[in-house]
Design a binder for this molecule. Sequence first.
Ligand SMILES: Cc1cc2nc3c(=O)[nH]c(=O)nc-3n(C[C@H](O)[C@H](O)[C@H](O)COP(=O)(O)O)c2cc1C
Length: 322
Amino acid sequence: MQTRLTQLLGIRYPIIQGALQWLARAPLAGAVSAAGGLGIINAKSFTEPEDLRAEIAAVRAITDRPFAVNISMLPELAGPDPVQQWVEVCLSERVPVVETAGRSPKEFLPALKQAGIKVIHKVPAVRFGLSAQRAGVDAVTLVGFECGGHPGMDGVGSLVLIPRGADQLSVPLIAGGGVADGRGLAAALALGADGVVMGTRFLLAQEVELHPAIRRRLLAADELATTLVMGSLRNNARVLNNAAARECLELEAKGAGIEELRGVIGGGRGLGALRRGDPEDGILALGQGVGLIEEILPAAQIIERTIAQARESLARMQQALA
Ligand SMILES: Cc1cc2nc3c(=O)[nH]c(=O)nc-3n(C[C@H](O)[C@H](O)[C@H](O)COP(=O)(O)O)c2cc1C
């Protein structure tokens, strides 16, 4: 397959794995990249820069294909902002690709570009994509309202957002939000995207270390299993609709501020629940596409099936339109 995205990144298939905080580690990213997609590890999963450096080495031990480091730049809920340190690790390691999200990567672009690092910036609205393009990013990811994680405040789904982006952006465009199989990939290409990012689908890859109880819960989940929290902070997050999410919504309804909400949405509680295998106690980002996922598969098979199914979808479309 050839699109502007495969050409830009030197990858075989236009499929990017979502940056799953704590869960997108080297075994997953390495497997995705080795299978021809773009694997991503997430800087936010590490407290020490040296741990991120070690994880980059672990990806390189699995594959010599391109991979990315995600740098989420949303303001930290607590403690100092670690973004500068993460950028420095990426620069000194000369990682092939950096994916940024959360706020403009403008201040870091000159150094990243000088090091030959490709930068993808992920946003939930075309206007933010346009400003990232003006700042000089190499590609823009647009995530629609279906997506796991942060879909923005506009409430625009991928079916409208992606062609709006394709009309207005000139850099390669990656579509995200609800893409969980080959039908989604074919649709994204039809809407004018050059590739896709799949987060929720890769959360249920064999290489992700996810407690069996959480896996069971997610496999049983349908497209109604998510909800939006943190709207009161003007920072929507699409997450599994569980006890923690409902607790968060109740607090928000009572007018709780960030200090109070931190007890529920703060990373420590979510990570603890993930490790214990308690699907109720922690906030877990999750997209509506979870309803399309029926089994845990190795990352390479997810990619192969997605490509095969996209080709079937395109053949179907050709027949329908002939
Ligand atoms: C469990 C989980 C954790 C995520 N953590 C991050 C993150 O730390 N940084 C980030 O930029 N995106 C994060 N995302 C969003 C994905 O990178 C991607 O944009 C999104 O999952 C795409 O939509 P989809 O879930 O419909 O495939 C996360 C998604 C999930 C499901």
